[in-house]
Design a protein around this ligand. Sequence first.
Ligand code: NAD
Length: 270
Amino acid sequence: MAQGILSGKKGIIFGALDENSIAWQVAMQAHAEGAQIVLTNAPVAMRMGAINNLATAINAPVIPADVANNDDMHNLIAKSMEHFGGGVDFILHSVGMSLNVRKGKTYTDLDYDFMHKTMDISAMSLHRLLQTCMKLDAIKEWGSVVALTYIAAQRTFPDYNEMAEAKSFLESIARSFGYHYGVAKKVRINTISQSPTKTTAGGGIKGFGAFYNYANEISPLGNASSQDCAKYCISLFSDYTRMVTMQNLFHDGGFSNTGVSHSVMQKFED
Ligand SMILES: NC(=O)c1ccc[n+]([C@@H]2O[C@H](COP(=O)([O-])OP(=O)(O)OC[C@H]3O[C@@H](n4cnc5c(N)ncnc54)[C@H](O)[C@@H]3O)[C@@H](O)[C@H]2O)c1
């Protein structure tokens, strides 16, 4: 039930591709909580058209931007400020893409041009976003930036491939920029480490179904849904979490602190 905890706040949401996207759920809930939103996605994602349905539903403009392109990023932030008549209160970075995963390259046979692209889109884009915002003074004091990540940044999940490196890189940028933006403007920057979730990006990982079911059986609360993830994002955008910054926050039903569960042990009984 919406409480209006983002009433009067303005934000930019990256990465809503279709209804399954985590960003889609965040946009719907942020709107329900009273926020005004600008939506953005890669020009190629725009052609799929679904984002326009979301834009209509929440009365938000869509400004295309490839997160790997400096000019696109500058244009997006400048146009968003024009639209809002000033800075924003929150930003969701919900973007990830690996060309090696997409092309079926395994971790021990990576194409390095693809890998550069993966790091640029999935990790450096957070730096590009924050640096652009800082230069344009686009985030208000006590503003909040959240990026989505996965526990493969800390522990090995063999089929997560080079995205493990991308997520480690992303989490490090959140910490480092969190320091600089905190000192400069009291802007807070965190990553949310989310359970496996059935989305386009998630489903692209080899063996995703087994991966999803395993995590669900290990986690005392089960896998966290994209709707629950959206609620957590909203709390981080709100004024109730003003002193939380530079953190990687697990939103995974307890997966990260569980060694094994009884239901998994039963499968290995001799
Ligand atoms: N699905 C999962 O299991 C899971 C788990 C943990 C973290 N995450 C992370 O959540 C975030 C959102 O992914 P999702 O699962 O909602 O999948 P999704 O496929 O719905 O979202 C990924 C988004 O990234 C966008 N994107 C890709 N390249 C881009 C570019 N060059 N410029 C701008 N946008 C670009 C896509 O268009 C898409 O909207 C990602 O960072 C992902 O790694 C996902």
